[in-house]
Design a protein around this ligand. Structure first.
Ligand SMILES: Cc1cc2nc3c(=O)[nH]c(=O)nc-3n(C[C@H](O)[C@H](O)[C@H](O)COP(=O)(O)O)c2cc1C
Length: 173
């Protein structure tokens, strides 16, 4: 099958990772894929924070749990890398552009033989008193707001594809 279609079909959300760091080569390839994403009017309103600092991720994890009333959950599933995407708040297409870029990252990770899971939960880390502290630690520009994150690493689990619903498609001829 066509390589791109195959990657789209085979990608899964991976919620368990091996305790193995990514190589610099893998990280460079992910950075390239992120930056090659399309954006409205080519504004590229995003910023990517590539985070391998596990102590920082643990602090963000704790804040997410605190702000969302959850207990004892691994938001990042032990992934060695988490990319936080933020967008210029003045650009109305920013969240869409980041959504496209995060899927570029997911497919690039898959192409590299890695697993990933897109994460909305980290939003809760920016809903409380530690927002400014985390924005600074993640080097999020002051003009930007967090949009979405993606955890990436060597998969330690597999899962079935999600169910699809052809009824969600209409053909207008
Ligand atoms: C915007 C967005 C936010 C998501 N947030 C989370 C999350 O916080 N935690 C999580 O485990 N999965 C999260 N997911 C993954 C979805 O649950 C997953 O894509 C969906 O169940 C379909 O499964 P699949 O990715 O294996 O096809 C998110 C996905 C998207 C697109």
């Amino acid at each position: 099958m066509n390589e791109v279609l195959n990657a789209i079909e085979q990608r899964r959300s991976v919620r368990g990772y091996e305790d193995r760091a990514l190589t610099q080569e893998q990280i460079d390839a992910l950075v390239k894929a992120a930056l090659e994403s399309p954006s409205a009017r080519n504004a590229q309103p995003w910023h990517f924070s590539f985070v391998t600092d596990q102590a920082l991720l643990a602090q963000i994890n704790a804040e997410i749990l605190k702000n969302s009333g959850l207990t004892d959950r691994e938001i990042f599933y032990g992934a060695p890398l988490c990319v936080f995407l933020s967008a210029d708040r003045e650009n109305s297409w920013g969240p869409v552009d980041c959504g496209i870029a995060v899927e570029n990252l997911a497919l690039a990770a898959h192409g590299l033989g890695l697993g990933s899971v897109i994460l909305g939960m980290p939003r809760a880390a920016f809903a409380g008193q530690r927002r400014a502290e985390f924005e600074q630690a993640l080097k999020i520009p002051q003009t930007h707001d967090f949009v979405v994150a993606i955890a990436i690493g060597v998969p330690a689990m597999s899962k079935e594809a999600h169910e699809v619903f052809p009824g969600k498609v209409d053909f207008v001829r």
